[in-house]
Design a protein around this ligand. Structure first.
Ligand code: SF4
Length: 318
């Protein structure tokens, strides 16, 4: 898969070169693990085209290889994402094993898959291992959430946030972190993060009694299902141009790819989850985690692609 390519768009790599900039790794502190594309939802903004019809999930054998790599890599943080990680068989045990080799774990959830009796063992593991949760909650209006994510998502999401608060997640003084991930409803950049966090904090507490730790605004990636939506709605060229025009060199030192490595459900390594979605392998060749003795050294080049403009636009991708 490549990037949508308006003819007058300067390639991201050229934009860096023209400014005398480069994209290289720093110390590798985090391991992100994408455990599969299976999801109970099929959100419009998904850069991976995850959904209920996808069958790609991490096997028990690959999980064992990833745990072994996490041990070798001495990571400060292991970050689990999907699809919906909750639906992957053996996920609770996988988290428990990872918590033995990394001081901090993070689980990304769409909230809906975390509900119901099947997710209860995972939820209990998250509480007992103090796993930080990053949950998607893209808007404060039911109609907007459901147009992005599907019918019934709004009520299930609110119910799950209340349940997480009841377990201690997001409460002041608690070490159970609950972070909200908010992304725009269309082909535009996210609003200011600080102002958005204030608004969400005020409205969620006043209307539903819900509290959380922090909020992150995310830029929609021009990949996967969102890319198709951009093309079908005729917004692809304008969106890429808007991202390129908002290029901010100050975001480069803090880019997540500088400190993190991504592993796919079949055990291959990538600079980040977006390169994973675009099929851009780490380095020159496709490498399996079992064949990687250690994380890439500081100074290793990171592949530049045009979707990187989404990470360097405005305040950057947190
Ligand atoms: S998409 Fe973002 S995180 Fe990935 S390599 Fe490009 S700048 Fe880094």
């Amino acid at each position: 898969m490549g990037d949508p390519q308006p003819t007058d768009l300067e390639h991201f790599a050229c934009a860096l070169r023209r400014r005398g900039l480069s994209l290289n790794r720093g110390p590798c502190r985090a391991l992100q693990i994408n455990v599969g594309l299976l999801c109970d939802l099929a959100c419009r903004h998904c850069h991976l085209e995850a959904g209920p019809g996808r069958t790609e999930v991490m096997s028990a054998a690959t999980m064992a290889e990833v745990v072994a790599f996490a041990r070798r890599g001495c990571f400060e943080l292991v970050d689990i994402t999907g699809g919906a990680p909750e639906l992957v068989p053996g996920i609770a045990n996988f988290l428990a094993q990872l918590s033995e080799v990394a001081p901090k774990l993070m689980l990304r959830s769409n909230l809906t898959a975390l509900g119901g009796p099947q997710a209860e063992p995972l939820l209990q593991t998250c509480v007992s291992r103090r796993v930080a949760l990053v949950v998607s909650f893209p808007a404060l209006r039911e109609a907007q959430v459901q147009s992005q994510r599907g019918a019934g998502v709004w009520e299930k999401s609110l119910a799950m946030l209340r349940r997480l608060n009841a377990l201690g997640y997001g409460r002041e003084g608690s070490d159970l972190e609950l972070h909200l991930a908010v992304n725009p409803g269309g082909a535009f950049l996210p609003a200011d993060q600080t102002a958005t966090e204030k608004r969400y904090r005020r409205e969620l507490l006043a209307r539903w009694g819900i509290v959380f730790t922090r909020l992150f605004t995310l830029t929609n990636m021009p990949l996967g299902r969102f890319r198709r939506w951009l093309e079908q709605s005729g917004n692809d060229a304008a969106y890429l141009r808007a991202l390129a025009q908002a290029f901010n060199a100050a975001t480069l030192p803090g880019l997540m790819c500088r400190e993190q490595l991504s592993v796919s459900w079949d055990g291959h390594v990538f600079d980040c989850d977006f390169h994973l979605a675009a099929g851009i392998s780490l380095g020159e060749t496709r490498t399996h985690v079992r064949d990687l003795p250690e994380p890439p050294a500081p100074g290793t080049p990171i592949a530049a692609a045009d979707h990187c403009y989404a990470c360097t636009a405005g305040a950057g991708f947190t």
